[in-house]
Design a protein around this ligand. Structure first.
Ligand code: FES
Ligand code: FES
Length: 164
């Protein structure tokens, strides 16, 4: 066991863990953050996507020792009770889910995309979510959810009063 210090959803955590334990298991088993899902465990499905130092990353492909000192964000950080992130709202409105199990990973990738590129093209959305699209095919409603979130976030920021 090794003592590691991580910032998880803006809170510093010091944990004693096997440094070879996959991050997805650390989040779920040691920190109780079960919103991050474990699907394939081999980096294929994207269900375990979290953000590591702001970048969307697959938590099954990072071991605990690799994330010592890093900042991790999970799906739990996006909402405050019933107050959802605009991407979560848009996914609900567009019914942007298929199996549902992989949805948190899609949302984490979509949030990272829209922070970096608030007005993505269809192709940019597909590229950004490439790590989340597995063998299930379809995904149109998921892409529609991302487009709706982009529109709503852009409308919201246009409605904000400009800084002096
Ligand atoms: S569980 Fe990590 S990519 Fe599938
Ligand atoms: S794993 Fe959820 S739709 Fe493919």
């Amino acid at each position: 066991m090794t003592e590691l210090t991580l910032t998880v959803n803006d809170e510093q955590q010091t944990i004693d863990v096997d440094p070879s334990k996959p991050l997805v298991d650390v989040l779920r088993d040691d920190l109780g953050l079960t919103g991050t899902k474990k699907g394939c465990s081999t980096g294929v499905c994207g269900a375990c996507t979290v953000r590591i130092d702001d970048e969307p990353r697959k938590a099954c492909m990072h071991i605990a020792g690799m994330v010592d000192g890093k900042s991790i964000e999970t799906i739990e950080t996006l909402s405050d009770g019933d107050d959802l992130h605009p991407v979560q709202e848009a996914f609900l409105e567009e019914f942007s889910l298929q199996c549902g199990f992989c949805t948190p990973g899609f949302i984490m990738s979509a949030v990272a995309l829209l922070e970096e590129n608030p007005d993505p093209t269809d192709e940019e959305i597909e590229t950004a979510l490439h790590g989340n699209t597995c063998r299930c095919t379809g995904y149109d409603m998921i892409f529609e959810g991302v487009k709706r979130a982009a529109n709503e976030m852009n409308n919201e920021s246009a409605a904000q009063p400009a800084d002096d």
